[in-house]
Design a protein around this ligand. Sequence first.
Ligand code: 5GP
Length: 173
Amino acid sequence: MPDFTCVLDKDKIKKQISRTAEIISTDYRGRELVLVGVLKGAFLFLADLARELTLERVKIDFLQASSYGADTVSSENIVLKKDIDIDIRGKDVIVVEDIVDTGLTLSYLIAHLKTFGPSSIKVCAMIDKKERRKAAIHVDYVCCSVEKGFLVGYGLDYAEDFRNLPQIYHMKL
Ligand code: 5GP
């Protein structure tokens, strides 16, 4: 069994998501918002965040990128596995991501989404991990900041395991 240390418990996750949803709801009051979740890691985060928003019109879509290379290290070779279905031309979009690490995945996805001509694109991340940042990405809404380490749980996997854990753990590799 791997060695896990809890870094974000259920209460902290809930509190941070409520706080972030309140800020987003204020920023987008009276506007239509499209949340674009990045599969698979952001599925629980997006589900919890979306439910806390107090906006009248929120659309939800997903895309999926995959990076190939070593399995616990973000790779620079990114390919799009699933695209969005909703037409986001002229719409306000927030990309909902699990972790921003090097920032390479997000900068690839943002460049891709911009080709559809949205009116604005912002980024909301469950976790901002700045230690290995390579791309100059601005994360507009951050729930939690973590210095370093490999995290699992609450959507985050290790070889597709542990996504279902309700808390976020540091995993010793
Ligand atoms: P980036 O391109 O910013 O380096 O990494 C983006 C993706 O790598 C994240 O969306 C996530 O899927 C994965 N990733 C980065 N750090 C971690 C981590 O600590 N744990 C897990 N499970 N995935 C991570």
